[in-house]
Design a binder for this molecule. Structure first.
Ligand code: FES
Length: 166
């Protein structure tokens, strides 16, 4: 089913707001000393990723070589160059979760969604990621979907959990 006019308008509005936010951030940073990593992190918070186009814009606006931006983005694993899906599924791969079966959960999700960890489904709905300990070891194994925390889960719980986001 296609998108309604309201949905399309809402998306456009979100895009405009992102651009305004980005512009404001650039203006602020051009007028003060800044830490490039923090700045890139803030830009990623706006767009959800740092694509090549975004990196080019940052380089041009800030008068920095693109290679400098690119080397920071590719060095730090917290940066991603591809857009994330509407929902990001994070499977904790910390020790407590791992010994309680988080690898099976990640594998099952990978199979169900037909993507590898770090990838996004073609319909841009889900991004799958394995993460480090999120500090909820008492609930191991833990899966977080856009901030919703699911603890002590089993592979058999996954269809029901995913259905909430369909
Ligand atoms: S190891 Fe998964 S929450 Fe700590």
């Amino acid at each position: 089913m296609g998108q309604s006019i309201e949905e399309i308008n809402k998306e456009k509005l979100v895009e405009i707001k992102k651009k305004e936010h980005f512009k404001k951030l650039l203006e602020e940073k051009n007028n003060e000393k800044y830490n490039l990593i923090d700045f890139l992190h803030e830009v990623q918070n706006i767009y959800g990723h740092l694509s090549r186009d975004i990196q080019i814009t940052i380089a041009e606006e800030m008068g920095l070589p693109l290679s400098q931006i690119h080397s920071v983005v590719s060095f730090y694993s917290l940066f991603t160059t591809t857009p994330k899906g509407k929902y990001t599924i994070e499977v904790c791969m910390g020790t407590a979760c791992y010994v309680r079966g988080s690898k099976d959960i990640l594998d099952k999700l990978s199979k169900e969604l037909d993507i590898e960890p770090g990838q996004t489904t073609e319909d841009k709905k889900f991004t799958l990621e394995g993460t480090r300990c999120i500090g909820a070891c008492g609930m191991a194994p833990v899966v977080v979907i856009n901030g919703d925390v699911y603890g002590r889960i089993d592979v058999d719980d996954l269809p029901e959990i995913l259905a909430k986001y369909e």
